[in-house]
Design a protein around this ligand. Structure first.
Ligand SMILES: N[C@@H](CCC(=O)N[C@@H](CS)C(=O)NCC(=O)O)C(=O)O
Length: 208
């Protein structure tokens, strides 16, 4: 099984961390975004969106990080990362859809403005975009913090894929200056995730 990824990205992180948490054998194929590796025909043949991460296994190709981690967890149902009962599975789906619709756009706006733009020589941060990103992180972060005040993990007492999908964005919290100082439950939860060896092993400092 190959995982094509640029490891510093939160979307790559969730895939690599879940694969390691599950103890799956895989080959990491680095995607050098800075040099346009995702634009090359060989990569576009895997993902016409020209985006990583991508999983490849015996001719099966899968893109979209949340779909990939669902596939990985399905290989190890005993891990409990993706429950098999309908309600447990729906709770994981709820937070993965929430991440895609709200948390990813909010966090990635700030990641782009504060860091990626400079890295790719795409100009100065745009104050209007930063304001928008901060408002969205505060709004969604309030929901997340309130939810975590009542349970140790996003889906209750046990670690699940939801924690990987949503928590992945917090590894770069300082770099990206998310306005989350007031959200104690988020910080408590993320500190717990950082205790997982698979989580720590998958954090890769971005190039500077
Ligand atoms: N929804 C997709 C988003 C993937 C994505 O946006 N990947 C970015 C890096 S984090 C990428 O490959 N960007 C390259 C480009 O747009 O040129 C997922 O979760 O897998």
């Amino acid at each position: 099984m190959k995982i094509h990824a640029a490891p510093p990205s939160p979307r790559a992180f969730k895939v690599l961390a879940v694969a390691r948490q599950l103890g799956l054998d895989f080959e990491l194929v680095p995607v050098d975004l800075l040099n346009g590796a995702n634009q090359r025909p060989v990569f576009v043949a895997l993902n016409p969106n020209k985006k990583m991460p991508v999983l490849e296994e015996d001719g099966f190709v899968l893109w979209e990080s949340n779909a990939i981690i669902q596939y990985l967890a399905s290989k190890k149902p005993e891990s409990g990362l993706l429950p098999s009962d309908p309600r447990g599975r729906a709770e994981v789906a709820r937070w993965q859809f929430w991440e895609n619709a709200h948390w990813d756009p909010a966090c990635s706006t700030l990641l782009f403005e504060h860091f990626v733009k400079k890295l790719f020589g795409q100009g100065d941060p745009d104050p209007a975009q930063i304001k928008k990103g901060e408002e969205e992180v505060r709004r969604s972060g309030g929901v997340l913090n309130g939810w975590l005040a009542k349970r140790p993990f996003l889906c209750g007492d046990h670690l699940s894929l939801a924690d990987f999908s949503v928590g992945a964005w917090l590894n770069c919290a300082q770099l990206v200056q998310y306005p989350i100082e007031e959200f104690r439950e988020i910080r408590r939860w993320h500190a717990g995730l950082m205790e997982l060896p698979a989580w720590r092993e998958s954090i890769v400092a971005p190039p500077v």
